[in-house]
Ligand binder design. Sequence first.
Ligand SMILES: Cc1ncc(COP(=O)(O)O)c(C=O)c1O
Length: 378
Amino acid sequence: MDPSLRSQLRDSLKARSDAEGWRALIAQHGTPLLVLDPYRVVERCRLLKSHLRGFGLHYAVKTLPHPAVLRAVAASGCGFDVTARAELDLLGKLGLPIDRCINTNPIKKLTDIDRAYLAGVRTFVVDNPLEAQKFAGLPADINILVRLAFPNPSAKSGLSVKFGVDPADAELVVKHVLATGVRFAGFSFHVDGRGTKPESYGSALRGTLDLVTHIAETLGVTTDVIEIGGGLPVSLRDPRSTIDKISDIVDETLGDRRDEFTLLADPGRFLAADAMTLLTGVAGSAVRGGRLWHYLDDGIDDVHPPILSLREILEGPIDCEPVVLAGPTCDGADVFACDYPMPTLGVGDVVVSPMMGAYPAVASTQFNVVSATKIVEV
Ligand SMILES: Cc1ncc(COP(=O)(O)O)c(C=O)c1O
């Protein structure tokens, strides 16, 4: 982490004025601890609504299916993107509005379609003829979105390889949807996250608009809905700049055609990442091969969040030295930062990783029977 980002982050964490409160939480619960602030989700919903003008937002429940987050999403007037039966069951149990859900999983079991319909879901995504045929004979008030693939070579997750139909082959899938008797509503896509370039939204949207024109000409079919998926990146340095660029590109690409469509998006990390902060304690330290290692009492899977010491957040800049930061398990891969600049740390000192609300909590390891990290809501 470069020094200017570190100081920007330190100031913003201190300004949140929850850093002092963390000390009290640690005294009460110990570490590791995930501190969840659902009000941040409300703020992010508000921010996104002001950028994606007129879009209906469906929070991708898989990102962080915590009840407080789901309630914050519902209270912000947003809906839910559900991909699994358990997510729908959870929303039902919490009494949250199922009629605001869309099911974006392109591959579904027949029983899951029936159950979702009975619970109140009316919009489903398909991406191939076999999946479309699963809706044959089902009620005519079902709306189908055909998921398109726009592979993004700069993205790491490759979701457009796993899901979605090439726009050149999408007409056939639309025909299959029409043959089932349910309603063809429109198209969806998901620009892969992490590493996404804002222009990816422009090219995917242009490809979708071309297809809309094409199927109107060839099949005489109108497209009502365009759903642009999630993948909106979270940026530490300047949280507004990337979303500003994306919304400008979306506005420019839609141009005069905007009013033809109901516009939807299903963001996950953009709404949840900022809501959770991980507090971990130093369990032990060692010098190995001339390098200083600190072993924390929680690991961080597959993400590279910034890491600061609680002391520097509370007291201001402290000189740093490069260290290795490792998690608590006996897994050799449980090393999440090398040559990472940190102030002097002793056993029991606390380090802070913000932006931990998206996926880490749901992806956390059970290796060495490490139980899931406790989440406390503030
Ligand atoms: C269809 C779809 N929508 C939304 C999301 C959420 O993505 P993100 O958290 O990057 O916004 C995903 C993630 O895999 C997805 O596959």
